[in-house]
Design a protein around this ligand. Structure first.
Ligand code: 8YV
Length: 323
C-alpha cells in the first residue's frame, strides 16, 4: 500500500521530521516560509494529511476546495483558533492538537514575564544596552515584590494550573481564578486557590493578572478599556494565551495613563504585526510568541502530532482529537 502523503507547513525539529519521513510520503518546508493560501489549497487537493501551525489560517475557504483529498489536520500546537473548527466538522475532517506537552514551558514563560514585568527587567536591560547606565542608585528601577502577592488567572486549564503551582509553591503567591466551569477540587485545595464569582472581581483584587483562556470570537477583547480600569494601578497584565483576548489599543492607553503598572506579552493581535506603540513603551516586556519554544517541548509537540497521525492512518481514534 502507498504511504499516506503528508504536508508539513513549516520547518519542524529534525528529529520529528525524520520520524515523519520514516512512515509517510512527506513534503517538508525547508524554507520555513509560511505557505500561501494557494499552496495550502493545493495541499488540500493533493495530500492525505496537513500539519499546520498557528501561522496557517485553515479557513473554510481553504477546506472547501474542489476534490479535497486531505482527511486529517494535525495541528502543531495546543491552541487551534487558526483552524475554522465548525467548517472542519461540517466537512467531516479529523482535527487533532498537542495538549499536555507544552504546559510547563508555557507556564514558565508566563512566570518569566510576570517576574520581568514586576521587576522592570526589560526596561533595566534597555538602560544597560543603551550605554546610559550611570551606576547603582537607591531609588533606581524600583519595581514590585512578587513573593506573597496575589495572582489572578483568567481561565484555569492546564497552563493556568501549572503557573499557579509555580507561583503558589515557589513564590508563596495567593491564587485567584475565574473560569466558567467548576474545576477539580483537589487542585483548588492544593493551591488554596479562590474561585472569583466574576472576572471584574478578579481584576480588581489581583496584583498580577495572567490570561489563559482560548482565543477566538468568544473571548475577543475580553480585556478591554473598562476592565483595565478595574485593575490596581500597581498591577501587571501577562498574556501568553492569544493576542486577540486583549484589546491592544486599550492596553496601550492603560500603560500610558498609569491605570496599570506594566504588561508582559508573548502573543499579539494580528501577529507578527505588532502595534508600533507597544515598541515605544517602557513599562512593557515583549516576547515573540516563544511560550512552547524549548527543544524538548517542540520535539514532544511534533511527536504528539506523529502519534495522532499514525493512529488515524492505522484506523484508530487519535488521542488528541478535537473534532
Ligand atoms: C505554539 C501555542 O508554539 O500551542 C499553542 O497554542 O501558542 C504555541 O505554544 C504554536 O501554537 C505552534 O503552532
Amino acid at each position: 500500500m502507498n504511504k499516506p502523503k503528508v504536508v508539513v507547513t513549516r520547518k519542524w525539529p529534525v528529529a520529528v521530521e525524520n520520524q515523519l519521513k520514516a512512515r509517510f510520503d512527506v513534503q517538508l518546508n525547508e524554507t520555513d516560509q509560511p505557505m500561501s493560501v494557494e499552496a495550502l489549497k493545493h495541499a488540500m487537493q493533493t495530500a492525505d494529511a496537513l500539519l499546520p501551525t498557528v501561522t496557517d489560517a485553515i479557513s473554510a475557504d481553504v477546506m472547501n476546495v474542489a476534490a479535497r483529498q486531505v482527511q486529517f489536520i494535525g495541528n502543531f500546537g495546543v491552541g487551534y483558533n487558526n483552524i475554522d473548527i465548525n467548517a472542519a466538522q461540517q466537512q467531516g475532517l479529523v482535527v487533532t492538537n498537542t495538549p499536555h506537552v507544552l504546559t510547563d514551558c508555557t507556564a514558565d514563560i508566563a512566570m518569566l514575564l510576570l517576574l520581568m514585568s514586576a521587576r522592570r527587567a526589560a526596561e533595566a536591560e534597555r538602560l544597560l544596552l543603551s550605554g546610559n547606565w550611570t551606576g547603582w542608585g537607591p531609588t533606581q528601577l524600583m519595581g514590585q515584590k512578587v513573593t506573597g502577592k496575589t495572582l489572578g488567572l483568567i481561565g484555569f486549564g492546564r497552563i493556568a494550573q501549572a503557573m499557579a503551582k509555580k507561583a503558589h509553591h515557589g513564590f508563596g503567591m495567593k491564587i485567584l481564578f475565574y473560569v466558567p466551569s467548576e474545576p477539580d477540587s483537589a487542585i483548588v485545595e492544593d493551591l488554596q486557590a479562590v474561585r472569583c464569582q466574576s472576572l471584574d472581581e478578579l481584576l480588581s483584587e489581583a496584583h498580577f493578572v495572567s490570561v489563559h483562556c482560548p482565543g477566538g470570537a468568544a473571548t475577543r477583547h475580553l480585556i478591554n478599556e473598562q476592565r483595565l480600569q478595574l485593575m490596581r494601578p500597581s498591577a501587571h497584565l501577562i498574556n501568553t494565551a492569544r493576542g486577540d483576548v486583549v484589546d491592544s489599543n486599550a492596553l496601550i492607553k492603560a500603560l500610558k495613563a498609569g491605570w496599570i503598572a506594566g504588561a508582559g506579552l508573548d502573543v499579539y493581535e494580528g501577529e507578527p504585526q505588532i502595534n508600533p506603540e507597544f515598541l515605544s513603551l517602557n513599562n512593557i516586556t515583549l516576547l515573540p510568541h516563544i511560550g512552547s519554544a524549548s527543544e524538548e517541548t517542540r520535539i514532544a509537540m511534533g511527536e504528539r502530532v506523529v502519534s495522532n497521525l499514525v493512529a488515524y492512518f492505522d484506523g484508530h481514534e487519535p488521542a488528541d482529537r478535537v473534532v
